[in-house]
Design a protein around this ligand. Structure first.
Ligand SMILES: [Zn+2]
Length: 223
């Protein structure tokens, strides 16, 4: 039996960067989000992409244990935004709130809060259990360190990233701006970026929603 779990997103260097610098919007990053140039799709080779076996997916949000500053409706809306973004891949999704134990169908995915299951990461996906876990304590730490930072951006990115794994993007993207990316591997290799100097100008270089390359990769996996 396969048991796939990804330790997806750790707490990033953004905690160390002055948030005022994020106001310096860079056109390079914006264009990387909107356009996927030839040859730009690349992964870290840490997984084998797999087409979705269903025409649609159902995401169920369980708000038990959520940080108090993320009310149920606001998280639901972020999940819906991520699902809308991924729908460009050609796979539709239903998003619902369900705080009861749920008998999962094969195309159901539950999004819930758990420090033990996310194991110190801000988010994690468990393919075998069809669960996405979000970490209350990591968001608490983020709020303590950056009380004026709107952590909804980080939550949006985390949701889009983890949901993307369930659209068949199993490997992580090596393109910094992609929502499926991570920035650096264990041996210090860096993600790909059009202008390296732009990387540190924003709190979080990664997009909060699927980029053109995320969608293109998703389409090529699933078509
Ligand atoms: Zn991941």
């Amino acid at each position: 039996m396969q048991f796939w779990r990804f330790r997806c997103i750790v707490l990033f260097a953004f905690l160390l960067i002055d948030s005022s610098r994020s106001l310096a919007l860079d056109s390079t990053r914006s264009s990387e989000i909107k356009e996927c140039a030839a040859g730009e799709i690349a992964t870290w080779g840490d997984g084998i992409d797999k087409p979705v076996a269903y025409k649609s997916l159902n995401f169920f949000y369980n708000s038990n244990g959520a940080p108090t500053w993320f009310n149920e409706k606001s998280v639901f809306d972020l999940i819906q935004l991520a699902a809308n973004g991924w729908s460009e891949c050609g796979i539709s999704a239903q998003v619902s709130i369900d705080n009861q134990l749920h008998n999962l169908q094969t195309n159901d995915i539950v999004i819930q809060w758990s420090d033990s299951k996310s194991q110190g990461n801000i988010g994690a996906s468990d393919f075998a259990q069809r669960k996405i876990y979000l970490s209350p304590s990591v968001f608490k730490t983020l709020r303590e360190i950056r009380p004026n930072y709107d952590a909804k951006y980080t939550l949006q990115m985390t949701l889009s990233h983890e949901m993307g794994h369930f659209y068949g993007l199993v490997a992580h993207s090596r393109r910094c701006v992609d929502v499926l990316s991570y920035y650096k591997n264990n041996t210090g290799d860096l993600c790909n970026i059009r202008e390296r100097s732009e990387f540190s100008k924003v709190i979080e270089y990664r997009s909060a929603l699927p980029t053109a390359c995320d969608i293109k990769r998703c389409q090529s996996i699933n078509n």
